[in-house]
Design a binder for this molecule. Sequence first.
Ligand code: BJ8
Length: 425
Amino acid sequence: MSEDYKDMWKSLGLNLEAHDMLLKALGKGYQDIYMTQQNRPAGMGYFDFVMSEVHGLRIKELIDEKRAGRKVIGSFCVFVPEEIVLAADAVLVGLCTGADFAMEDVEKLLPRNTCSLIKSAFGFKLGKVCPYLESADMIVGENTCDGKKKSYETLNDLVSNLYVMDIPQMKSIKGRDLLKAEYMRFKNAVEELTGITINSARLKKGIEIVNNKRKAIHKLSILRKAEPVPLSGLDALLINQVFFYDEPIRFTESVNKVCDELEMRIRKEEGVLPKGASRILISGCPMALPNWKLPWLIETSGAVIVGEESCVGERGIKNLTDNSGNTVEELMEAIIDRYFKVNCAIFTPNQDRLKDIEEMVKTCQADGVIHYGLQFCQPYLMESISVEKALEAKNIPTLRIETDYSMEDVEQLRTRVEAFIELIK
Ligand code: BJ8
């Protein structure tokens, strides 16, 4: 445990022993999966550093920001608009959810058949090991799937600063009206929390910063489609995960540096695997940090991931927010329009998600799709069946995986993934 940060973690009320265990497990997982990869771009060094300091230096930065009067807002979902948060000079961070922790305690509060993502969020809270959650001045829960919606009722007993945002379930006029009402209410809540009135100049600036982050990832997504593929899916996933934690301007610069390097690699036809390696598109539930299990299995089985139809990936960053409005009202409308296009499986019907997947198969020139569903995630598991049917009808090989955050099924998954890659060769 780094002595430098011990006092900081203590001041946040973390359980130092449990936190130390978590950091060791995180470090070992990272070492085993990331540091054994060959031929990574030098620019990934920045992301290695961020990972080594994800509970250290980054938390210190957040605490320094708080001392300087800024507020920290934590979120579990890409429906929380960062533009509004930044416009009020606050910081948005993703909350820890990618690994099992304190499961015995969690299952005293939640049914066993709750998805790993929700259980993990509770495990980090109950185990007192998430410095992001403990630094947050406001925690935003969103009424998306039933699991999250109901678990926030329980979370409300564990934290004093939960703000619940309602989210529509249909892409209808009424649905958009609901999103608008909720984003206006959120804007007011953020203004109240920060004491800052959001004007058009502030909102424009917030939109510009978030759009720049998205543009950098868009560029990265285009570059990694080259043949041979210049960046591993694991590294692309890491970048997409760090998206939710890092200081946004620094993050954008760091992604752009990796992009410059990828351009050179493409000119030299330098890939992470030789030309002709099977190209996989992943689609489904988000993979929160440090959930790398499935991508690691795929990329140690001779294939390369070329895209993610996921909220930690394309679904989360797909559209920019129109910055051309001149008033707060116009800019808020643009924000609502942008987020209303997120094709999460909580929507019904959700045909546009299927179109997104088909489009990505084409643009990424994927040889097959692996649909990733977390056990007990009804929205994505239900959709995985129609996704598979539609893709198979177009002769796009598809593999449906249902898993959790444990490593118990690794060998079984490896057998299925290897067989699938063999099939699409
Ligand atoms: S916009 S995908 S980030 S809700 S895995 S908790 S859906 S039972 S995470 Fe999500 Fe927002 Fe949608 Fe994206 Fe529920 Fe499924 Fe668990 Fe999930």
